[in-house]
Write a protein that binds this ligand. Sequence first.
Ligand SMILES: C[S@@+](CC[C@H](N)C(=O)[O-])C[C@H]1O[C@@H](n2cnc3c(N)ncnc32)[C@H](O)[C@@H]1O
Length: 255
Amino acid sequence: MLTSAFYKHAQALVPVFQEFARTVQYEKKGILFSEMLFFVALVRSKPTKPLRIIESGRARAQSTLTLARLFPELPVVSIEYDPNSPDTVIAAERLKDCANVELRFGDSSQILPKIVRAGDVVLIDGPKHFRALRLAMRLLNHNHTHLVFVHDVHRGIPERAFLEKYAPTSTYSDQADFVATYRHLDEICWQVLGNPSGEKEAQSFVEACGDSYGPTFAALEPPVTGTTFPLLAHLALERRALLGRWEASRAKRIK
Ligand SMILES: C[S@@+](CC[C@H](N)C(=O)[O-])C[C@H]1O[C@@H](n2cnc3c(N)ncnc32)[C@H](O)[C@@H]1O
């Protein structure tokens, strides 16, 4: 549940994000401003200050730049899988003045379990879906991370159903009152991603968010039910069934 402390921080962040949206170009693939506000407000509302912010999936560094600016006192470690993408140069250029950011390349599924420590906050925006959940649960249970954010966990996908069942303390950025209050920050994002009522690409992007407003962050905190091993076994077993149900309901909607 989102607390009053969370909303107090969220409200105080509005002018900061408005200024950010006005002065920093929003880049394709980027996490929405309202979703990043959710991230920052939730981290700030916790009694323990993080040691570091670790990000997986940088692309053109929309989220990385936000983290660097909003947490100037913290080290931000950003890991990207693909060093050959044209996004790499764009990200490096955008982050060149951010002294608190360390840029790394590699597969986070391998790297994060080796480097994450108990006080770190982790943002996973690649890998996606079940691979992201598996990584998040590993970090929560083995590395004792107190907060892991996974992006692209909107309603209607099997990963969301899994989390609602096995990680009931998770909170989501598509909560109706949160969306109603903060979606205005995303106007510029939708202009870049495309207007929902406009071009085809944008329409399919919006449809891809199911019943949620946007791609959606899930914030995972301990305790997730059970220990990692049985949870991962559940994940493996249920993945197929959940995917099957999802495909069936999708097919019905398309008909
Ligand atoms: C949606 S983009 C990230 C956008 C970025 N967070 C932002 O807000 O601008 C996803 C990125 O995750 C990267 N990625 C996918 N799997 C990964 C992995 N296993 N480890 C690290 N990065 C990964 C992809 O190469 C891609 O650049």
